[in-house]
Design a protein around this ligand. Structure first.
Ligand SMILES: [Zn+2]
Length: 165
């Protein structure tokens, strides 16, 4: 199990952003020049993509204590993009947090926003796609951010980069 610290987490996050960016260039048609600025913080757990500055902020306090990865309630029961128990057995046989999987899911969530914003309306949503209405989200802007196209992108990234960890 990789030790949880800023250096290891930052390396993991930057590598995964690289991988998802390359994949998204090929599959979602984002442009080379759009690469997001990624910043990792240990002091809180705020995570978001900020379209105006093209910045992805990943706050990772508590992730080494988290036994569940949580999601918005409209998608949390979905097999691919919902919440999941985030645990593993360590060398001593104790059940501990699988923080690598947790952080990877956070990166996939925020990179799905990045891809969604950068490709506005260019990505076709599959006709038979399972879709959940984000009725439970009060903020109008946040509702739009977690709508159908984002769910499609997030599902693709979760299945490709996170769910099999
Ligand atoms: Zn989000």
């Amino acid at each position: 199990m990789l030790e949880f610290n800023h250096k290891n987490a930052s390396k993991l996050i930057h590598n995964l952003v690289d991988e998802i960016f390359d994949y998204s260039c090929q599959h979602f048609g984002i442009c080379e020049g759009d690469y997001p600025k990624v910043r990792v913080y240990m002091k809180d757990d705020n995570c978001y993509f900020e379209p105006k500055t093209n910045k992805i902020r990943i706050g990772i306090k508590y992730v080494d204590k988290a036994f569940y990865y949580h999601e918005y309630s409209h998608i949390k029961h979905d097999h691919d993009i919902g919440m999941f128990p985030c645990v593993m057995e360590n060398e001593e046989g104790d059940i501990v947090s699988n923080w690598v999987k947790y952080v990877s899911a956070v990166v996939a969530h925020e990179m799905a926003h990045f891809v969604d914003i950068m490709t506005q309306s260019k990505i076709d949503i599959p006709e038979n796609m399972v879709y959940y209405s984000p009725n439970d989200i009060n903020d109008v802007e946040q509702r739009e951010y977690h709508d159908a196209r984002w769910q499609h992108i997030y599902r693709t990234l979760r299945n490709k980069f996170v769910n099999e960890i």
